[in-house]
Design a protein around this ligand. Structure first.
Ligand SMILES: NC(=O)C1=CN([C@@H]2O[C@H](COP(=O)(O)OP(=O)(O)OC[C@H]3O[C@@H](n4cnc5c(N)ncnc54)[C@H](OP(=O)(O)O)[C@@H]3O)[C@@H](O)[C@H]2O)C=CC1
Ligand SMILES: Nc1c(N[C@@H]2O[C@H](COP(=O)(O)O)[C@@H](O)[C@H]2O)[nH]c(=O)[nH]c1=O
Ligand SMILES: [Zn+2]
Length: 360
């Protein structure tokens, strides 16, 4: 590659990433993918993967090209955030399409670690004589698709732990009342987040005392699948979680049972409970989950290294006494003030690829 091509490649890949991000919340368990087609520094086509099961980014980008520009394809560069696919999934392989259109060059951010694709797309394009560049904005693209890559590489959902704590680090009063620690604006942001993940999870005591709805009310977005831990089936069926307005999965040690909106999933033992739950969630293709407490359950996940992001709101209220917030160690990657609340975002210390984005 000619050295001075890199700033140009970064410029157009940034646009492709921007387009990819428009698929957030609609494409899971697929990755978000964006594509930009460029001829002589002019964008002639753009597209992104818009919905699970629908056309891939490359197809949408090619379809967006105006009739009179189609002849430019053999002299064009395709910027795509993920290696083009080679398999017949819900749509035909994108690598075949790019070969058929005889594009000159393909620039890729991430090689796909999906075993169905893994390097095969690049190989196929190269064999067809197409020039390939990889690794442009690789870390940024991996961060955007962190849910997808974690799901594929760790065979479990990407796990976001979220809680609100007082300035003296309590998540509830001693009588289990936690309404409300964070302010209206922070809680509205949480509703946006709920719409961004396919599933939301809480522990038994939280389900019992808060009787949460766990839906998206203060933002627009699809309601996530609700997941509750109730190992000994102590929860009352009259809770909102079981109101049949949305699917609820209940992981327990007692029974397997499937009803229209409620599925009880039995894990074999206490000691393997969390691991079994992860296997089951992976099988159900639940790519990510936001865990909204309580403290005990969050702590169990932290102790088992089952987390990828912590988002914690700290308000200016103090309780003096109460249920302590979970303890954890992580690397701070973001800090935002929301009126008087402070939102801090952490990732595990060991996640070097994510950290490198923030420490450059
Ligand atoms: N401020 C905030 O952001 C939030 C505050 N809250 C507050 O927190 C309080 C409840 O929190 P807390 O008392 O900590 O309870 P939790 O809601 O965390 O309930 C404890 C959970 O941990 C499970 N558990 C315990 N040990 C294990 C293990 N080894 N493996 C797997 N699971 C395990 C329990 O299972 P089981 O019981 O089935 O045995 C139960 O589901 C409420 O007052 C609520 O209002 C809740 C959420 C958020
Ligand atoms: N108290 C508290 C939170 N509590 C979380 O919100 C849940 C209630 O959800 P819903 O019934 O859908 O409104 C509750 O069970 C707990 O998980 N969240 C916050 O952002 N800030 C707060 O101060
Ligand atoms: Zn494809």
């Amino acid at each position: 590659m000619i050295h001075n091509q890199i700033p140009t490649d970064i410029h157009f890949m940034r646009r492709a990433l921007e387009l990819a991000s428009l698929g957030q919340g609609s494409v899971s368990p697929n990755p978000m993918v964006g594509c930009v087609i460029v001829h002589n520094n002019r964008i002639i086509g753009e597209g992104w993967h818009q919905k699970y099961g629908s056309w891939h980014a490359e197809v949408n980008a090619i379809h967006s090209i105006q009739e009179h520009d189609l002849e430019l394809l053999p002299e064009s560069t395709v910027y795509v955030t993920l290696e083009p696919c080679t398999h017949f999934g819900k749509t035909p392989p994108c690598s075949d399409l790019l070969i058929e259109k005889k594009v000159r060059r393909v620039v890729i951010a991430n090689v796909d670690t999906n075993p169905l694709v893994g390097g095969k797309g690049i190989e196929k394009l190269k064999n067809a004589g197409i020039e390939i560049t990889t690794g442009i904005l690789e870390k940024e693209a991996r961060w955007l698709n962190r849910r997808f890559f974690t799901f594929i590489e760790k065979s479990r959902p990407y796990i976001i732990l979220k809680w609100a704590q007082t300035a003296d680090h309590f998540i509830a009063r001693l009588d289990f009342n936690s309404r409300w620690i964070s302010n209206d604006w922070s809680r509205r942001l949480v509703h946006k987040w709920r719409g961004e993940e396919p599933a939301i999870m809480v522990g038994t005591t939280t389900a019992q005392y808060d009787n949460p709805r766990l839906n998206v009310r203060d933002w627009t977005g699809e309601d996530p699948v609700r997941i509750v831990i109730d190992r000994h089936l102590r929860l009352s069926p009259s809770l909102h979680l079981f109101d049949q307005t949305q699917t609820t999965l209940c992981y327990n040690l007692k029974k397997d049972e499937s009803r229209e909106y409620i599925q009880y999933i039995k894990c074999a033992s206490e000691s393997t409970f969390l691991a079994e739950m992860m296997v089951d969630l992976h099988q159900r293709k639940i790519q990510s989950v936001i865990v909204e407490g309580g403290s005990k359950f969050l702590q169990e996940l932290i102790l088992s290294d089952l987390w990828d992001e912590v988002r914690v709101f700290t308000s200016d209220q103090t309780f003096g006494t109460g249920i302590a917030a979970p303890a954890f160690g992580g690397t701070l990657i973001d800090k935002i003030s929301i009126k008087k609340d402070q939102l801090l975002v952490f990732i595990p210390v060991t996640d070097s690829y994510k950290q490198s984005i923030y420490t450059r």
